[in-house]
Design a protein around this ligand. Structure first.
Ligand SMILES: Nc1nc2c(ncn2[C@@H]2O[C@H](COP(=O)(O)OP(=O)(O)O)[C@@H](O)[C@H]2O)c(=O)[nH]1
Ligand SMILES: [Mg+2]
Length: 291
């Protein structure tokens, strides 16, 4: 059984995604296709929070690296057992999703060049340490892949994501993971009007169009196995209905700045949450390296 990790910049919807997995799937027990079981108290806790926060039309507090955070072990770790039923006749695919809910600063730190700058502040040094521990954890041999949640699509975001991806590929290479580590790169919050119509072919209509440099770095890398990179569109909030593609969200000024919340909690239907995880989990079956 493999492990999967999730990374993404601040505000990309990581915590909400996790809470939706823990809560929404538990709520749809009679779903034939998959079953998700939160393991441990932290995971149960986040499922409760989904009920209390997302369903009440509120949003999560941003995670911060506070003075108390000394290393990755101080950050909450959520674990889920996921079973995906492909047909009545075959055994379900099962895998464990272990996700460290770390603050989005870590994502930006991946690209930070001042790794050994003697003039950096204590705070920078501590962030670097957490970032390094996080990368070590994320690229350990028993981790089969990573879900990368991206959320912005302007040129500045493309430049930042591109920098982070370049560095991430180098880090994969340092650890000999370029041929056996899957990358599911997802545009989160895809119910947004400008993105929704691109969801059917996200690589062309979302990534190539809006994040061309990042997409090039991933697609034209000479060291990454191309069959191990896929692009997805997901939305934890979804749209109002099959025949009503208005986003099921409202933007408001929340306690922590600009926030989006569900518009109609009763019609909450996330889009595509499980598909990237299912694809990531496929490596469990064939752990051999892909050329
Ligand atoms: N429009 C929209 N907003 C979302 C979605 N998922 C999360 N959000 C909002 O995005 C903001 C950041 O979410 P959060 O899960 O805290 O992001 P994190 O910093 O990556 O953990 C919050 O205001 C959420 O309510 C989504 O699917 N669509
Ligand atoms: Mg968070």
């Amino acid at each position: 059984m493999g492990n999967i990790c999730i990374i993404g910049p601040r505000n990309s919807g990581k915590t909400t995604y996790l809470a939706a997995l823990a809560y929404k799937m538990r709520a749809s027990k009679n779903s034939k296709k998959f079953n998700i079981q939160p393991l441990g108290d932290d995971s149960k806790d986040i499922a409760e929070k989904a009920e209390n926060i997302i369903c009440q039309g509120a949003s999560f507090e941003p995670n911060k690296i506070g003075g108390m955070t000394k290393g990755v072990d101080d950050l909450p770790l959520y674990s889920f057992n996921v079973e995906i039923h492909n047909s009545w006749f075959t055994k379900p695919d099962s895998f464990q999703l272990n996700v460290r809910d770390y603050p989005g600063e870590i994502f930006e730190k991946i690209a930070d060049p001042n790794q050994s700058d003697p003039n950096q502040s204590d705070r920078d040094r501590s962030d670097q340490k957490i970032c390094k521990e996080f990368i070590d954890e994320c690229l350990m041999k028993d981790v089969i892949g990573c879900l990368i949640l991206l959320t912005a699509w302007d040129r500045a975001a493309d430049a930042l994501y591109n920098k982070v991806m370049n560095r991430f590929i180098d880090l994969m290479d340092d650890r000999d993971r370029t041929k056996d580590f899957r990358l599911a790169v997802a545009m989160s919050k895809s119910e947004r009007g400008e993105l929704w119509s691109g969801r059917l072919d996200p690589e062309t209509d979302l990534f190539r169009l809006h994040l061309p440099n990042t997409t090039d770095t991933l697609r034209n890398s000479r060291i990454l196995s191309q069959s191990l990179v896929r692009f997805y569109a997901i939305s934890t909030f979804g749209v109002l209905d099959r025949n009503d593609p208005r986003p099921n969200r409202i933007d408001e000024r929340g306690k922590y700045g600009k926030a989006s919340v569900l518009r109609h909690t009763k019609s909450w239907k996330p889009y595509n949450l499980i598909e990237p995880l299912h694809w990531l989990s496929q490596t469990t079956k064939s752990n051999e390296k892909v050329k």
